[in-house]
Every structure is written in C-alpha cells, then in structure tokens.
Design a protein around this ligand. Structure first.
Ligand code: MTE
Ligand code: MOS
Length: 772
C-alpha cells in the first residue's frame, strides 16, 4: 500500500536521451520478425505474378491453360476474376489496375497471378503462359513525353513577380539544364504480403507497408467488401524509403484475392528482379533554367521547367511534382520566379515516393544554378549561396508560395559549419593540390538544405494512438505510424514512458494495426514522430488525468500535489509505485485505456493560387563534402564530409545521427552510382545488384563528421520541440555532386561549369572531361 515519501526521487529522462533502437539487437542477430519470417500456417499457399514483356501493347492472345494444368497449381487469376474494382490508384483516379486487362502499359506490369502449393511451383508455372502482343508505339523518355504532351496530370505553374522581365533586365543571364536520374529504393526486405481468410469472409493482411490503412481500403475495394471486413497489420519493414508508401498494396491485393478465391492463407513475395521491374522508383527529372543575376551573384529572376517521368499512372506524382516546386528555391530568396511543372506519362513503371519526395530534385536545380552563376563570376560558390540565403524576417523571408519563413537558422548554422569544417583553409588546399596534380583532382562544396515539414495535402496531417495500461502497470502502446528502421517506435515509447515517468521497458511497442487505430495516414513526409508522438502523448495524458483525479480523491490531496516521478506517484506525503496506483484505480473502476488524436495546426494551402502555409516549419542542415576524381578513369571518392543538422531538441540523438548518416549515404548513392537504365524496348536493364550499384560501406566518406546543432529548438510546439529528420539529410548529399563538378571544372579550366548530370558515374564524369 502507500508508503511514506522517502528519499528524493529523480525525474526519469527518456526523451532527449540516447536510447537504443528497440529492435537493434534483433536486427543484427536476425531475430526480428519480418512478414516472411512469421510462422507459416500449415495450409499456406504461395502466389506469384506473370508480367508483361512489352512496354505498350494490346494483348491479342493470352492462353493460360498450360499454367493451370501444371501440377501443384491451384488457381490462376486475371483481371476478369477480380470481384471489386481492379484498381490500385491511391488518389482515386482509377488509372492503374491490379492486373492489366487487354492493354499493357509497361514491361513488368502484372498480367496474371498463379496460386500453387509452393512458391517454386508458382514461379515455374508462370513461365508456361502463352501471350501474344500487338505492339503499340511506346513513350520511353521524358523528352518524347514532353514533345507529345503525354501527361498523367495537367501541367502546373507557380509564380511570383515577373521572372521574364527580371531576367531580361538583369546584368547577366545564364541558361542551362540538368537531368537528375531515378533511384531504386533497394529496401533490404522486398515487397511481401500474407493474406489470411477469417470468419465470414473477413481478411487479415500481414504486410510490409508504410500505409496499412490504404492497403486496407484498397484490399476491401478489390474484394468488393467494406473496409471493416479487412484488417491490416505491420510490425516492421526491412526498409521502405517511400517505396512502400503506395506500392505495397498491389501485392497485398493479389494475395487477398487468392486467399478469397481459395479459402486458404496465401503469401506473395516478389523476387528482387521482379520487385525492381514491377515497382516504381524515384522520378527522374529534366530541369531547365533561365536565370538573370547581378555581379555579386544575386539572383534577380529565374525560370525553372521541371519535367518528370511519372510512368503510366499518377500514383503520388502530383504531390511529388508539387514538392519539387516547393523546394526549387531550397534556401534562397528568389524575388521573381516562374516554375512550370510537367508530369510526364511514359510507358515505364509508375514512379513513386522516395525519401525527399521530389524535394531533392527541386534542390539539385537551384544548387546547379548557384554553382553555374558562381563559376561564371569567378566567385566562391559559398559566397553566392550566402548572398542569396533567405533573410530571417521581412520581404526576403517569403517563399514563392507566399509562406513566411519564421525559423531560418541557416546563417548561423552555416557559419558554424564553415568554422568546424575548416572550409576556407581546405578550399585553398584543394586549389593548391589541383595546381600540382594533373590526374587526380579535388573538389569541395558546401550546400544547405531547407525542407518543409508536413504533408502538402492538408487532410493527411492527422494521427491517432491507443494506449492501454494493464493492472500491473505495464503499458501497451499503439499508434498509426509504421516502423521501417527509422526508430519511430522507440521515439514514441520514449515520449509515453517519460510522460508516465516509468522506465522505457515498461512500455510495450506493438504492431501497427488498422483495427486499433483507424484511418491513419502513411508514415511519410518525415512527420511520423511529430504526429504520432503528439497523438500518443495525448492518449497518455488522458489516462494520467484520470489517475490524478482518482489519487486526489483517494488520498484527499489537491490534484496539483500529485506528481508522477521515477516509476512512482506522490500524492502529498503519500508515495506509491506507479503499478500500485494503477491497481487501485482498476479496483476503483477507472478506465485505463485511451485514444489520442493530433492534427497539425496552422497549415493551409490553396493550389489554385499556389499560396498558403503548406508546412508547419522547416528542417535545416548543411554539409561540406570534399571529393577526389580520377581524370583517367572517371572514378570518384568522398574524402570527407562534415554535416551540421538542426534536429530541434532531438528526441534521440543516436537515432537521429543514424538517420543523417543513412540519409546522406543514400543521397550520395543516388547522385553518384545508382543508375537506372531501360533498353530501347522499355525493358529495365538494371534489375539486380549486379547491374545497379548502391553504396556500400566502402563508399561512405572516409572522414564523416556528423553533428546535431547544439542550439536546435523547434519554435513550433512540436513533440518536445524536436524536428523531423527522416528525409532532409538525403539532400545534403548534393554537396558531393557539386564538389565533383568543381573537381571536373578545375581540370577543364573553361569559364562555364560542366553540365554534369546525376548520377555522376565514372562514365558521366569522363564524358564531361572529354566534351569540348
Ligand atoms: N530510415 C530507415 N532506416 N528506413 C527507411 O525506410 N525511410 C525514410 C526515413 N528514414 C526510412 C528511413 C523516409 S522516406 C521517411 S518519409 C521517414 O523515414 C519516415 O519516417 P518518420 O516520419 O518517422 O521519420
Ligand atoms: Mo518518405 S518518401 O515520405 O516515405
């Protein structure tokens, strides 16, 4: 029972603390359960897909009789067998089927599915299909799509001021273009789903998805059932990076259709090659610019044209193209600007979310412009960057979409990074080295990133949580966010345990489940912790409030005299453990379960006028990278990178530094080695690690200094004043690309900057070196 207050207790600090990721040991020891590791039901069947060989064709004959007759095959499914609406469009455009009917639109598109006793049988049977195609003209690149006005969505234009006359009247003018390549997500765990039929035709789906609620909705629609007949659960993903935001649903739907048809549990796991062929990637962009500037490098007027490869359907291309436009200023005030965005329809797989969601592509555009202007004027690119930075307040702190920037920390942050990285001295050393070295050339660059935090589609900025406290004082935590390795679950558990003032291991992290928290948004836009942390805290506070009321009555003390501290509760001079109070409350018939809800405040946006406040705040960071290139082979290497990132008051510095390191290296891979290549028939050539080069441990910067900004604090009331971290560090890798271009320029000593595209592969670097 209640004891007298004894030794003074110390407040538990679980937030702002370096806490190990809850699954870290399980990840490295191979004991974390992914969908394919879960115990299999004894009557489980396996499913596989047959895909199109052609990029654009009408199917004149599809004979699946040999597939059906293959021993061990149970069921074969085509578009005609789908009871619901054969649609995977996440934005309700009905522009992409689960299984194609008579028309195929890209090589790799799913045409039929086979259900068999084993996965091997299903895969063998797929090969027996006889399909004849009547080829149609295919659009395979952005240029052709632009010329033919082939779009998945209407073009969109955003403007402020009069860019055209500002450019015409400026002292100097430059025009150019930069192409940014696509990127394969290469999550370690591929796409996988298991569908388990339940009573009354209900369906339970275990999947690897960032968006369980959407999988639920689309599975239900394709089965021809209401959403309450489908439950979707995700414990964790083995990486997602945006590739499982919308594109997990197709495989879940196929597994569910097969489970419904057979009445047995069904698993579908794509092979790596098919995963790469049949799921979307980062959008490649063609970016054209026309810029007018003065002698100090101030940009006076600029016109950007973005043309992006969307593939066959809209998927998330609308908001991705928008985010590219929202980030085509990056950190710079551009007084007169017009951005035109063309969302190109091509006969390639539908491209999708990828860490940064269009932001990185938009930023590469403006960072290239700054480098080109600096080069033209013979100025240090950093000086030109600083000259164009947004002010902290006033007219020069308003974005092209009329959002007032209130939290610009880049002036200070960059100044600190210049100091700590010894930028100026190293610039001189690089120049001196280059004068002496004809073959190996060095380059160094500092680039900032400013990234808007919130979904630009306002209604998505909502989150829910569910917290139970059991009789023994242990806590069950659930929320709508999903774990993909980023540490979301750990961070939310930190928040809840801190609020109850109990040890972290008293809070049980549980799988995301549409039956516990409904209608959740995707875990995306780096807002997982911001939103779910607030929702979970709200639920926790509800329970705490009930406990306070109960204790105040029980001990006859004022509510304000009740304190939760160090696994205990103090009520005036009484003290008891948290578990004891909970037990009393249960006996006193107090509800120990609550939901919490959060909606991001202050945001609004009108796409018609391209104006509003689409973001609650901005995340900021900057990086200095020093690289070396070999002018004979075109190879490059990152010698050193220094990063300073504003994580606000970081909830978990260890996890945040991990996010920065991982994001940066993933960005460097996108910009240097990861090249996506289709052949002249639209077949993906780079569909395996043998032909697609992601960074390995040998590719990380040889010296890698990552720091969280000590002064960081979110001026908005986010969860414990922290800031989002999931995506923005990827964009800091633009410093690598910029440094490589400087290195090439030092070899060429011409007066225009080389037109280095991304990725800066050895081939691309050699092309720049040899182009006259
Ligand atoms: N980190 C790991 N380890 N694995 C991932 O798949 N995805 C990134 C980022 N960091 C990812 C990751 C992407 S694209 C996003 S949007 C955020 O994590 C999502 O999680 P958050 O909102 O909780 O930061
Ligand atoms: Mo991240 S691209 O928003 O899933």
């Amino acid at each position: 029972m209640s004891e007298q207050k004894g030794t003074p207790r110390r407040k538990i600090r679980n937030v702002h603390a370096t806490v190990t990721h809850d699954s870290a040991r399980k990840h490295v020891s191979g004991t974390a359960f992914y969908v394919d590791d879960l115990p299999e039901p004894s009557n489980l069947l396996h499913c596989y897909i047959g895909t199109s060989e052609s990029a654009h064709a009408r199917i004149t004959r599809m004979d699946l009789s040999a597939v059906k007759d293959h021993p061990g095959v149970i069921e074969v499914l085509t578009a005609d067998d789908i009871p619901g609406n054969n649609d995977i469009s996440p934005v309700h455009l009905h522009d992409e089927p689960v299984l194609a009917g008579k028309l195929v639109q890209f090589a790799g598109q799913a045409l039929f599915a086979v259900l068999a006793e084993t996965r091997a049988i299903a895969r063998q049977a797929v090969l027996l299909a006889e399909i004849e195609y009547e080829e149609l003209p295919a659009i395979l690149d952005i240029q052709t799509a632009l010329a033919e006005k082939s779009y998945v969505l209407d073009p969109h234009i955003m403007q402020r001021g009069d860019a055209h006359s500002a450019i015409a009247n400026a002292p100097a003018r430059l025009q150019g273009e930069v192409f940014t390549g696509g990127q394969e997500h290469f999550y370690l765990e591929g796409q996988v789903s298991m569908a388990l039929p339940q009573e009354d035709g209900d369906m339970l789906i275990l999947t690897s998805s960032q968006h369980p609620s959407e999988v639920q909705q689309l599975v239900a629609a394709n089965l021809g059932k209401p959403e309450n007949a489908v439950t979707v659960e995700v414990r964790r993903m083995g990486g997602a990076f945006g590739g499982k935001e919308t594109q997990a649903s197709q495989w879940a739907i196929i597994a569910a259709l097969m489970a419904q048809a057979s009445g047995r549990p069904v698993k579908l796991r794509l092979d790596r090659d098919d995963d790469m062929r049949s799921t979307g990637k980062r959008h490649d962009f063609l970016i054209r610019y026309d810029v007018g500037y003065d002698n100090e490098g101030h940009i006076l007027g600029i016109e950007f044209t973005h043309a992006l490869r969307c593939g066959i359907s809209a998927d998330l291309s609308g908001p991705i193209a928008d985010r590219a436009m929202f980030h085509s200023d990056n950190a710079y005030f551009l007084p007169n600007i017009t951005i035109s965005s063309y969302r190109c329809k091509t006969n390639t797989v539908s491209n999708t979310a990828f860490r940064g969601f269009g932001g990185p592509q938009g930023m590469v555009g403006i960072e290239r412009v700054i480098d080109a202007v600096a080069h033209q004027l013979g100025l240090d690119p950093l000086a030109v960057r600083q000259a164009n930075l947004y002010d902290k307040t006033g007219e020069r702190a308003i974005t092209p979409y009329r959002m007032k920037i209130r939290d610009n920390v880049l002036h200070e942050l960059i100044a600190e990074l210049v100091e700590s990285s010894d930028y100026e001295k190293r610039c001189r050393q690089v120049a001196a080295f280059n004068r002496e070295s004809p073959v190996i050339k060095k380059g160094i660059a500092l680039t900032p990133a400013k990234f808007g935090i919130s979904f630009t589609t306002a209604f998505l900025n909502q989150a829910g949580a569910l917290v139970h406290v059991y009789k023994d004082g242990s806590v069950h935590l659930n929320h709508g966010g999903t774990e993909m390795g980023q540490g979301l679950m750990t961070k939310i558990a930190q928040v809840v345990s801190e609020e109850f003032q109990i040890d972290l291991d008293r809070v049980r992290i549980t799988a995301t489940n549409t039956g516990k928290v409904p209608n959740a948004s995707a875990t995306a836009a780096s807002s997982g912790t911001d939103m779910n942390g607030m929702a979970a805290r709200a639920a926790t506070r509800k329970i705490k409030k009930r406990l306070v009321k109960f204790a105040s009555k029980k001990f006859g003390v004022d509510k304000s005299d009740i304190k939760f501290i160090d696994n205990h509760v103090q009520a005036g001079k009484h003290e008891l453990s948290f578990a004891e109070l909970v037990k009393h409350a249960w006996l006193g018939r107090i509800s120990l379960s609550a939901t919490g809800f959060y909606r991001t405040p202050k945001i609004h946006y009108d796409p018609k006028t391209s104006s509003g406040r689409p973001f609650l705040y901005f995340a900021y960071g900057a990086a200095v990278s020093e690289v070396e290139i070999d002018c004979l082979t075109g190879e490059s290497r990152i010698a050193r990178t220094d990063i300073l990132y504003d994580a606000g008051k970081s909830l978990n510095p260890a996890i945040d530094i991990g996010q920065i390191e991982g994001g940066f290296v993933q960005g460097a891979g996108w910009l240097t080695s990861e090249e996506i290549w289709w052949d002249s028939k639209g077949k993906l050539g780079t569909h395996a690690p043998s032909t697609y080069k992601i960074p390995t441990c040998g590719d990380i910067p040889e010296t890698f200094n990552v720091q969280l900004w000590a002064k960081g604090r979110n001026r908005e009331k986010t969860i414990h004043r922290s800031k989002a971290i999931g995506e923005p560090p990827l964009m800091l890798a633009i410093s690598v690309h910029s440094a490589i271009n400087q290195a090439i320029a030092s070899k060429l000593d011409g007066n225009s900057l080389p037109a280095l595209n991304t990725p800066a592969t050895p081939e691309a670097i050699l092309n720049c070196l040899t182009k006259k």
